[in-house]
Structures are given as C-alpha cells and as structure tokens.
Design a protein around this ligand. Structure first.
Ligand SMILES: NC(=O)CCC(=O)C(=O)O
Length: 302
C-alpha cells in the first residue's frame, strides 16, 4: 500500500442539498449550482474549500422502487480504470465538469448505478479531482434493510446489491476514506480505513426521523473517537413532501469526538477547517493507536 500524503490543513464544505425531486435534470442543475456556491466559501480566498461533499442519492428520490429508473452506467471497470470522457452517465459528466470548474475535490454524494456487465444496481459514490478526473468509486457495502414496526421499514436490497471493496483516495493534503450512510453502523469499515492511513472519513448519508435523533451524531462521534480520525456525514435536507424524510444535520466531528460543525434540517452549506494539529494531539494524548493488542485479537485491516 502506498504511503499516505502528509496531512495538511484544509477547508471542507458539506452541501445539505434540498429539493431533490422526480426530475433528474433539475436535481443535477441544482446540485451544480450548489457546488459552485460552496466553492466560493464566504468570498475570501482563505475560506474556499478544497473538498466539497454532496449527500447520498442526490440525483434521485430515495427509495428502492426509484433506483432502477434512475440508475446510470458509470463505466466502472474492475481494473479501476475510470474514464469520465467515455462515461454514459449524465451525473458523472456534471460532477466532473463542476469539480473542474470549481477547482475542488468533489465527493459526489451517491447515485443509483447500473453495472453494465450484469445489470446489478448499486448505491455508488464517485470522487473527482480538481481537474475533473474520476479518482475513486465506492459502492455502498452494507445495504439499508431495517424494520422498526410502526416507525420505518426500508429494504435497499429489494433492488440493490452491496459493494465488495473498501475505498479511499489521496489528495495532496490528506488521505480520505469513503462509506455511504448505513456503512457507518459497521465499525470495521472505518477501522480498516483509519489503519490504512486515512485522516478523514466522509460518508454521504440520509438517516431518517426515527434513527436520526438516536444514532446520527452518536455513530459519527463513535467512529471518530474509536479511530482518532475526522469523521463527516452529509445528508439531504429534510423534505416532508418526499417519500423519505431525511434527518438532515450534516456534520463534521474531530478525532476527540467534538462536533465542529452541524447543520439543522434545512438546505444549507456548512464549512469547517480540518486541522491536523487536532489529529496529532488526539493521538499523542490518548495513544490507543500504539496500544492495540493484536496478540489478543486480530487486526481487521490485515
Ligand atoms: N440511507 C441509509 O443507509 C439510512 C441509514 C439509517 O437511517 C440508519 O439508521 O442506519
């Protein structure tokens, strides 16, 4: 495995996107406008983000019945040979051109994806460099299948297949690990990413009105503290006219578990600074990264 880049300070922006409806073109247009707005920061050069994040399922209504209709072929190959130029996906084209125009690393939330080889569908996050190159692709590994009687029943596996690899990407200032929403409930995934040298984990997500108040911040703070990394989830805004009511509350947590920034439920963009000093202080002061007992239990990252 390659060595992680030196961790340097940078600005992160999360777009808590609203108005995701049935019209895919309108969703893409709105997302593009919000990427451009996020990239401006507050107008000062020092506030401009290096990384901009969209939420889970930003181009389609969220629900297993919608995925087959909205799914796009990205042009993913097993050799990880991504090519935006030949991709058929209108979402990939928009994200690539927006990343290039805004000159940011763009974590493109997630979209329903169809694999052309076997027609299987995935919930997929794509990432773009500031030149518009598609540099990473993460297929949601753990599908959101839950049943809390009288509250929420959801079954992504009705139409989706779970991904089968862990994913991170390198920028010139940090190594960043990826997951999607329900993936946060599986601590092994974050643990593997942290042991592979990730400094920040980003999970586009869309918790709901039942589990959101219970677990949204708890899980992010737990993953951040367990692994002494920055942790962030980016949600859609809440839309009570939609079939799925997202919790919102996009947030960024530091390696001590402190919430650095948190949205409410409405459409907004939150900005924060990711400061490597906090990462180093957490690891120096509470040295669990050097106190593991792999003679007693196995290292899940091996
Ligand atoms: N989109 C999702 O995976 C939702 C996960 C969720 O709400 C949870 O409680 O977990």
């Amino acid at each position: 495995m390659s060595t992680a880049p030196a961790f340097k300070s940078f600005r992160l922006a999360l777009i808590q996107l609203g108005a995701v409806g049935a019209d895919k073109s309108a969703n893409l247009k709105h997302a593009r406008e919000m990427i451009m707005r996020a990239a401006q920061g507050d107008g000062t050069p020092e506030s401009r983000p290096s990384v901009v994040v969209l939420p889970e399922c930003f181009n389609s209504p969220y629900g297993h019945a919608h995925f087959p209709t909205y799914a796009e072929t990205i042009g993913y190959t097993k050799s990880r040979n991504y090519d935006v130029q030949t991709s058929e996906s209108e979402s990939v084209k928009m994200l690539s051109s927006a990343a290039k125009e805004a000159s940011v690393w763009l974590v493109g939330g997630s979209i329903p994806e169809r694999d052309p080889t076997d027609q299987r569908l995935y919930n997929t996050c794509t990432v773009y460099s500031p030149t518009g190159a598609l540099v990473a692709l993460h297929r949601k590994i753990h599908l959101f299948d839950i049943d809390i009687p009288g509250k929420i029943t959801f079954k992504e596996s009705e139409t989706l297949t779970g991904g089968s690899s862990t994913t991170f990407f390198d920028t010139d200032f940090a190594r960043i690990g990826l997951g999607i929403c329900y993936d946060v409930r599986f601590p092994e995934l974050a643990m593997i990413a942290a042991r592979k040298g990730c400094h920040l984990l980003i999970y586009p997500g869309a918790f709901n009105m039942t589990t959101g108040p219970l677990h949204w911040s708890l899980l992010q703070q737990a993953r951040a503290v367990d692994n002494q990394v920055f942790f962030s989830m980016c949600s859609p805004a809440r839309d009570l006219s939609a079939g799925y009511h997202a919790w919102g509350h996009s947030m960024v947590v530091d390696p001590f578990g402190k919430i650095l920034a948190e949205a409410d439920e409405k459409e907004c963009i939150i900005h924060t600074t990711i400061d490597p000093t906090v990462f180093q202080d957490a690891r120096a002061g509470i040295p669990v990264t050097r106190q593991r007992r792999f003679d007693v239990y196995p290292d899940v990252s091996q």
